[in-house]
Design a protein around this ligand. Sequence first.
Ligand SMILES: [Zn+2]
Length: 139
Amino acid sequence: MILTNHAITGAALASLVPNEPLIGFSVGFLSHFVLDAIPHWDYKLGSKKEDGNKMNDDLAINRKFIKDILKIGTDGMTGLLLAYFLFSFYMKVSVFAVLCGAIGAMTPDALQFVYMKWRYEPLISLQRFHIWIHADEVK
Ligand SMILES: [Zn+2]
């Protein structure tokens, strides 16, 4: 699922506990896996290297990777801005609480990138779980 959806969901959940930023971050983090379990569409990453075993997926650091970083960065920033406007600007929830939820909800995908470059525990187990819970992509 795209980062924008994750960020808004995490921010919405964190807005329910605005004085508990750690809980907001944690609930946002957990919400990522619930959303990923729902069949959805994902955008393609041109630098992605696949061999059929998802545990071996990697992102090559090349020219296409720069385009991917711009795509991912735009997606993440859109999520953060929408979360800010919806929950801080309009609903007056603290910016810190909203950011904790939004960032917590996007963190699992950031950890996938860390796993691709540093394949050690606990990232191996987290990646295995992330792949297991992630619904097949809707074509
Ligand atoms: Zn994910």
